[in-house]
Design a protein around this ligand. Structure first.
Ligand code: BG6
Length: 453
């Protein structure tokens, strides 16, 4: 769709997903110039609201960090309009069609992206209404569907079949927003572009893998939706499992969507259904100080509901690479912190030369503050041979508050030596590769210089 000017009817525009995620993401695209300036976004939902209320609704979660952001917001809002209507009424979709055509004329848009920020119960009525009223020959049409794709295997198959009867596979996009997160996208690079990780990425070296999703917020009025699904469908079965497949899959033939999908599917097929003993569930109650409501206090949650808001489950991948390595998935709402993290824990070192050994770990923090660090054993400074665990930080942004202090500790002695004139500087020419002797200096440690240097 790169070349097409797009027009996006956003169905479910008054809902939680649209407010918290979709509109802030669209604004992010807009301000970074990824959205064509002529793009038009039409919000559509059952709630009646005027333009000003709609703008207030969709701006609520848009973070304005800079002056540029503040200037961009009113321009972005000009691209957005709102229309109310039912999800199964041809008449209402005809009204939508009129608005679409008017905007298409004015903007020259040639592609329609129907974004379904909707509960799955209305996916099919909406897709049917679109097909009957807003589907035109010669106009590129795409249907973007947010998870959850059904309630279980059967309903998901039915959903796929029903959608497939209305739109072609090429026209349907299925979205898991976790796949758009920087650190999730980084997983393939980390694994397949680094020899040092690639060679230990298996059951011979790895003891277990934990993928954790923690949220501080509860259901916050979203209980009606949530209660129908529970945390496993809401988060584990999609977001966490997607992360798992990226960690566990074999290298794909290429980065092409189909090659990657094929490898992901293979991993999933090696995972047997989760055993009862391998699951732990929870549901949150009031906070200790009584200030935060329990799950059952949410008025949109049915009385006495047993829906889990926390789940831990252990999965096994029964293939050559992973047999015997537990993948522990944990997710929950209303917890002590907000964090999504992957922990790859390595096996114990064999032999007992040292006491107090901790395991090596690769930690990939998806959010907040994306980071990658490796926990390794070091000698504790001093006379003995005590081991101490330290973090090898591979983060984009530093995790250390007192990094400055530590850096000075490293550099101060040598700076003193230099200040006292004890090291003679070697002159080298402006624009050259540096002083003679550098190559030999590094080579004596067995280092091979790469071509790029
Ligand atoms: C959504 C779930 O898919 O992901 C929500 O439906 C959850 O319950 C959200 O809060 C978390 O996404 P993020 O990007 O805020 O971690």
């Amino acid at each position: 769709l790169d070349e097409a000017e797009t027009l996006s009817p956003l169905l479910g525009a008054s809902g939680d997903l649209a407010k918290k995620k979709t509109f802030p993401a669209l604004f992010g695209l807009y301000k970074n110039h990824y959205l064509d300036a002529n793009t038009q976004i039409i919000g559509y939902a059952r709630t009646k609201m005027d333009q000003a209320t709609f703008e207030g609704h969709i701006s609520k979660y848009i973070k304005l960090k800079t002056d540029e952001d503040r200037q961009a917001l009113p321009k972005f809002l000009k691209l957005c309009s709102y229309q109310d209507g039912q999800y199964d009424k041809d008449n209402d979709f005809q009204q939508l069609e009129k608005s679409i055509e008017k905007l298409e004329k004015a903007s020259g848009a040639t592609a329609r992206l129907f974004y379904m920020a909707l509960p799955p119960s209305v996916f099919i009525p909406v897709a049917t209404s679109i097909k009957h009223n807003n589907y035109k020959k010669g106009v590129i049409t795409r249907l973007i569907v947010e998870k959850p794709f059904g309630m279980d295997l059967e309903s998901s198959r039915k959903l796929a079949k029903d959608l497939g009867a209305l739109f072609t596979e090429e026209e349907i996009y299925r979205i898991d927003h976790y796949l758009g997160k920087e650190m999730v996208k980084n997983l393939m690079i980390l694994r397949f572009a680094n020899v040092i990780f690639g060679s230990v990425w298996n059951r011979h070296s790895i003891d277990n893998i934990q993928i954790t999703f923690k949220e501080k917020i509860g259901t916050e009025g979203r209980g009606g939706y949530f209660d129908e699904f529970g945390i496993i469908r809401d988060v584990m079965q999609n977001h966490l499992l997607q992360i798992l497949t990226l960690i566990a899959m074999e290298p794909p033939v290429s980065l092409g969507a189909e090659d990657v999908r094929d490898e992901k599917v293979k991993v999933l097929r090696y995972i047997p259904p989760i055993a009862k003993n391998d699951v732990l569930l929870g549901q949150y109650t009031k906070s200790e100080d009584g200030k935060e409501p329990g799950y059952l206090d949410d008025k949109t949650v049915p009385k006495g509901s047993k829906t889990p808001t926390y789940a831990a489950a252990t999965l096994f991948i029964q293939n050559e690479r992973w047999t015997g390595v537990p993948f522990i998935l944990k997710c929950g709402k209303a917890l002590n912190q907000q964090k999504t993290e992957i922990r790859i824990q390595f096996k114990d070192v064999s032999g007992n030369m040292f006491t107090n050994l901790a395991r090596n770990e690769i930690v990939i923090r998806v959010q907040p503050n994306e980071a990658v660090y490796v926990k390794i054993m070091n000698k504790e400074p001093g006379l003995g041979m005590k081991t101490v665990i330290s973090d090898l930080d591979l983060s984009y942004s530093s995790r250390f508050d007192n990094a400055l202090d530590a850096a000075w500790k490293i550099f101060t002695p040598i700076l003193k030596t230099i200040d006292q004139g004890e090291i003679e500087p070697i002159p080298y020419a402006f624009g050259s590769r540096g002083p003679h002797g550098v190559a030999e200096f590094v080579a004596k440690h067995g280092y091979e210089r790469s071509n790029q240097e």
